[in-house]
Design a binder for this molecule. Structure first.
Ligand code: ADP
Length: 709
């Protein structure tokens, strides 16, 4: 077996003889039992080595183990210097270094990179890769490592470098490097044996310590994540044999209560979930499965109920019998609440999107449909499933597909919503839509898709068209009416002038004394007066019609002059009341001071007469008051009666053309007087308002700027 003992450089006689005496010492071996080594090592101070080995085996904490290991090996091997190099994640790093000083060994624990100033890197790498031991009896001699910078620089008397095996044959956990100086001399076979023995123990301890350190690390990570670790014994109640420290903080149960069985796992599970959870555990056990996952509620020590996500591994022995359950329980209460609220809002959104009459879809950056609503599928009678994941371009009519494509791309390129009116052919005819395309951005502002909302406005557009048609018709009807009024009023006016002349002639004839004596003259004269009165009425109506057509044509021209509104109102009122008509109402005139402004005399008379005529017509014979006064820069004319009054809700309307509130059978009229009145007043930049209530009479107030228009 000597050939497997890698002695790379010169071995001196002593070592060679020792190999012959104790060939077993030269057997390299990962996995070799320390006892086997010790059994034949007669020359060793076995007690010392065993004690050192035990000291090593007791250490589970990695840092302490490394220190004990390197210190003990350096002591036992009489090395001048030793170094433990850990192999983790395919990398070698110095972990602990020991130096023999006068009377003691000094150890430094430090994680550092390997360097040529520290160790013969070529030797260490060789051991790591070959998993073979290297012993350099005379490190300065010629050989495989003679160019190593460290060996060249330091020239140690002897170098020993060994692999410390890992969990498997193929794995190296660490490399032990020892060197001696002339004072200590070369490594003797006894020392080699001691080192071998200690390395065997080191392999086991190192493995455990690394595992322990990893576990500590894992427990720390899991603990800080808020998850709780449990190990449960199988059985009806599931008693814990391990719990992580954070169980008290997270679940409010003391670890001791759980470990003593005072609180069992089954009692922790919410009563409503217990049957399901226990059933699942039993089923997994029976089915031979090695893990399960479930979500359920746990009752905390303070009575709070928390949802947990349970990931459990089932450990079985060689016969398949369950040894225990290892569980990680993560509190998912908040997550579930958030999920639930997200689910609800998604459902709500879905319901809205699906029940809207608009076509709604969302696409990714390549325009593949991510989601769409029912309406989309209904309109073109394509199953939703056929559209999801496609651009829809193939399934939709070419014209529609092209329009969608162009507008999708437009919105994505513009990085802003794009809205337009589009017409789309559908199986039931062409529809008009308001199409809104909104680009979708991710958190970093990159456009990752587009959302389309097309609202069918076909009915609205049709209604709009119909409304426009009706408006055009109404405007045309009004135009025809105004034209008719204009023609009719002119035509009606034409015969009135000769008629008036003829009546005046007749009147003059009746004034002739020869006729006055005739017995029938009186009655003829009366008939003549009535005819004259009717003629005046007819003239007024025709004049009103003429005025309306003038106003419609924008031809109400004003002849402004200085006018005293008080005397104008007095004269108009007096003239009106002298009419040989059946005016029963008593008139009070209150127009004492002159109120002079620049107005159109004829038109202002028309205003006074119109208001008085209404006061008489609707005044039920009760007193009427006309007043004129100056109010600052305004002249105020008021005509007040105590007649039938006007309901509040129609008071605005009475100033419009042909608007009447009373029935034509009770009161005659065209409904033009107030319209013309207001037009005249507004042409003077004045205002007119009415204050009235049914049965309470009416007061019309006119305000005119003194300086006219
Ligand atoms: P007309 O008197 O020829 O109907 P107007 O334009 O002068 O037309 O008046 C419009 C409507 O206003 C009248 O039909 C009547 O209903 C109401 N109205 C006008 N003046 C009075 C008033 N002094 N008292 C009650 N109602 C009035």
């Amino acid at each position: 077996m000597t050939e497997s003992y890698t002695i790379t450089e010169t071995l001196d006689d002593e070592v060679a003889q020792s190999e012959q005496r104790s060939p077993h010492l030269l057997e390299p071996r990962p996995g070799q039992s320390p006892a086997a080594v010790v059994a034949r090592a007669e020359q060793l101070d076995l007690m010392a080595v065993l004690q050192a080995s035990q000291a090593i085996s007791r250490e589970i904490v990695l840092s302490r183990l490394l220190e004990a290991l390197v210190r003990t090996i350096v002591q036992q091997s009489d090395a001048q210097r030793g170094m433990l190099i850990l192999a983790r994640n395919d990398e070698l790093r110095g972990a602990a270094e020991a130096r023999s000083g006068p009377g003691e060994v000094q150890v430094v624990l430090e994680d550092r990179e390997l360097s040529a100033a520290m160790v013969p890197v070529s030797v260490i790498l060789h051991v790591w890769r070959s998993r073979e031991r290297v012993l350099l009896r005379d490190a300065s001699g010629r050989g495989l490592f003679s160019d190593d910078p460290y060996l060249v620089a330091v020239s140690p008397t002897s170098v020993l470098c060994l692999p410390i095996p890992g969990r498997t044959e193929a794995e190296i956990a660490a490399v032990l490097y020892l060197e001696s100086d002339p004072r200590a001399g070369a490594f003797t076979p006894d020392k080699l044996t001691a080192v071998e023995l200690l390395v065997s123990q080191a392999a086991i301890s190192l493995h455990n310590a690394v595992l322990y350190a990893d576990l500590e690390q894992a427990a720390l990570i899991v603990g800080s994540s808020g998850a709780v670790l449990f190990r449960w014994m199988p059985g009806p109640e599931l008693v814990a044999t391990y719990v992580s420290d954070n169980v008290a903080a997270v679940l409010g149960h003391r670890p001791c209560d759980l470990l003593s069985g005072a609180v069992t796992f089954s009692s922790l599970v919410h009563p409503d979930d217990r049957e399901r959870v226990m059933g699942e555990i039993a089923a997994c056990g029976a089915a031979g499965r090695d893990r399960f996952e479930q979500e359920y509620r746990l009752v905390c020590g303070d009575g709070r109920v928390r949802w947990v996500d349970d990931r459990t591994a089932i450990e079985r022995d060689a016969t398949g019998r369950i040894r225990h359950y290892q569980s990680i329980l993560a509190d998912v209460t908040e997550k579930r609440a958030a999920d639930e609220s997200r689910r609800r809002s998604e459902e709500l959104l879905r319901a809205i999107v699906d029940n809207t009459t608009a076509i709604v879809y969302a696409k990714d950056a390549e325009r593949r449909i991510l989601t769409l609503n029912r309406r989309f599928a209904e309109v073109w009678d394509i199953p939703v499933a056929d559209l999801i994941g496609t651009t829809g371009d193939q399934a939709l009519p070419a014209e529609v597909a092209e329009l969608f494509r162009a507008n999708d791309l437009k919105a994505m390129a513009a990085r802003a919503p794009v809205q337009m009116e589009v017409t789309l052919p559908q199986p039931d005819g062409v529809h008009t839509y308001i199409s809104l395309k909104v680009p979708l951005f991710d958190a970093s502002g990159v456009v990752h898709g587009v959302c389309g909302i097309c609202t069918d406005i076909t009915e609205r557009v049709e209604a709009e068209k119909e409304r426009e048609r009706l408006l055009r018709e109404a405007q045309e009807a009004l135009r025809i009416r105004d034209e008719f009024l204009s023609i009719a009023s002119h035509e009606l006016k034409t015969p009135l002038t000769p008629l008036r002349l003829h009546l005046q002639l007749l009147r003059r004839h009746f004034a002739d004394p020869a006729l006055a004596a005739h017995p029938k003259t009186q009655s003829f004269y009366k008939l003549l007066e009535i005819s004259n009165h009717q003629l005046e009425r007819l003239t007024k109506l025709v004049d009103d019609l003429l005025d309306v057509s003038r106003i419609s044509a924008g031809q109400l021209a004003l002849q402004l002059e200085d006018v005293d509104l008080s005397s104008l109102a007095s004269e108009a009122a007096e003239g009106f009341f002298q009419e040989p008509s059946s005016v029963e109402s008593r008139l009070s005139l209150c127009a004492n001071e002159a109120v002079v402004g620049r107005w159109d005399r004829f038109r202002m008379e028309q205003v006074v007469v119109n208001l008085l005529a209404n006061a008489v017509k609707y005044g039920k014979g009760k007193p009427i008051t006309v007043s004129v006064q100056r109010r600052g820069a305004l002249a105020e004319l008021r005509v007040e009666d105590h007649g039938i009054g006007i309901p509040r809700e129609v008071q605005d309307r009475i100033f419009d053309r042909f608007e009447r509130v009373v029935s034509i059978r009770s009161f005659g009229g065209l409904g033009l007087g107030l319209y013309i009145t207001r037009q005249i007043i507004e042409a003077h930049r004045g205002t007119i308002r009415v204050s009235s209530a049914p049965g309470q009479g009416a007061t019309f107030t006119v305000e005119l700027p003194i300086d006219g228009s």
